[in-house]
Design a protein around this ligand. Structure first.
Ligand code: SAH
Ligand code: TMP
Length: 366
């Protein structure tokens, strides 16, 4: 298990002013529609099924169940995003998911056919409490499905910017499989996903309740081949991270030396790791454009680059956009055809530092 060793109190991270509204991305809305359809087809065949989502945010996934008339409960501790979901008629409990909340839901609604999550299980320090809750909440044949950024992609793409305070865990199949076994459960399926720079969807059920798909053993073996269970792999990763930092700082200095103006694109949490680790401040990146109103007018953590509304990006016409939201690249590059046609350039640093040209596709997009 790859994990942080110093943790921030969850109440300081998830509260009534949480900055991330999932529905800012249309690509992600589409992804969650597909995720929901897949769950409905495979795991909610029972009469009057019940679906729970941990970390349901503004309802980006659950709205698909709500619209189809499926009984559902979202568990979302950040009150502002939970409220956005409720306003769309999505049944949302404003709590942290843990064993106690699971019991509370079970008392009120009964056991669930599926408990779902996305980009949230890696945020929850007490994984054992989640599994104790699942043991209470899942029907005998119920499933727990969740997807998170995948350690294999982080190693392969040197995407060290996935590492930040909210992300306590960087899961591999090896770690998830061992965790499930400790709680009398097992991995029954696993499906690689392209979103968020490379994610993995895990399906867990009570031991012996479902026949595991062949992909579980296949991907476990692939992890061994790739050295994901060996310390030396991570020593090499740290060397590549240092090299990535040097290359990025050199490129930005070179661009500034040519008199070019560089702006950040997307005030992502991930960018906080990059800017602070590399020492990139307002001298190298003039501002960061972000479409989230709550981030605008603020300074980026640590290095204090001003965060501005997207209009500022289009109006002030920087020469170069440093793509901090590289995981949304397919959506962003499609939207920014005019910026590029007018001579604007995108710089990326995953999987390597480079200026994107028109000819080579950028395949690491979500
Ligand atoms: N699932 C959404 C949101 C991911 S952001 C998506 O993929 O876009 C992580 C969300 O998990 C935040 O909304 C945060 O408030 C929530 N969260 C954090 N800890 C949680 C916990 N213990 N139980 C339930 N939700 C939690
Ligand atoms: P994420 O990488 O954690 O999903 O965050 C993406 C951030 O990028 C979020 O703050 C919104 C911002 N963003 C834009 O400013 N423009 C865009 O087109 C997209 C897709 C995201």
């Amino acid at each position: 298990m790859v994990q942080l060793t110093e943790l921030v109190d969850p109440d300081k991270l998830f509260h009534d002013d949480y900055a991330y509204f999932s529905s800012i991305s249309t690509r992600m809305a589409e992804h969650f529609w597909q995720y929901a359809e897949w769950v409905r087809e495979k795991y909610t065949a029972a009469a009057d099924p019940l679906v729970i989502e941990v970390g349901s945010n503004d309802g980006i996934m659950l709205r698909n169940f709500a619209n189809a008339g499926v009984r559902h409960v979202g568990v979302e501790p950040s009150a502002n995003v939970a409220q956005a979901a409720r306003e769309q008629g999505i049944n949302t409990l404003c709590e942290f998911f843990n064993e106690q909340t699971a019991r509370q839901i079970c008392d009120e609604y009964g056991q669930a056919d599926a408990v779902l999550g996305a980009n949230v299980i890696c945020h929850i320090p007490d994984l054992h409490s989640i599994f104790a809750g699942l043991d209470v909440l899942l029907k005998p044949t119920g499933v727990f499905v969740f997807e998170e950024p995948y350690l294999g992609d982080i190693v392969e793409k040197t995407s060290y910017d996935q590492i930040y305070d909210e992300h306590v865990f960087y899961f591999s199949l090896h770690s998830v499989s061992a965790l499930a076994r400790r709680h009398g459960m097992e991995l029954i399926d696993v499906l690689p996903q392209s979103v968020h720079g490379g994610s993995m969807r895990y399906v867990i059920a009570r031991q012996g309740s479902h026949r595991p798909s062949a992909s579980v053993a296949e991907i476990l073996n692939r992890e061994i081949d790739k050295g994901l269970a060996e310390a030396a792999t991570f020593v090499r990763l740290s060397e590549r991270i240092n090299a990535s930092r040097d290359a990025l700082v050199n490129l930005l200095q070179e661009l500034r030396g040519q008199g070019k103006r560089v702006a950040g694109y997307g005030a992502t949490s991930k960018s906080t790791t990059v800017t602070n680790f590399c020492g990139i401040g307002p001298d190298l990146v003039e501002f960061i454009s972000d479409t989230t109103p709550g981030k605008q007018g603020k300074l980026s953590p640590g290095v204090h680059i001003p965060i501005v509304p997207y209009d500022h990006f289009t109006e002030s016409r920087p020469d170069v956009a440093l793509l901090f939201a590289w995981n949304h690249a397919s959506e962003i590059l499609a939207n920014e055809a005019a910026f590029r046609a007018g001579g604007g350039q995108f710089v990326v640093y995953v999987p390597e530092v480079r200026i994107l040209d028109d000819k080579t596709a950028y395949r690491h997009a979500g």
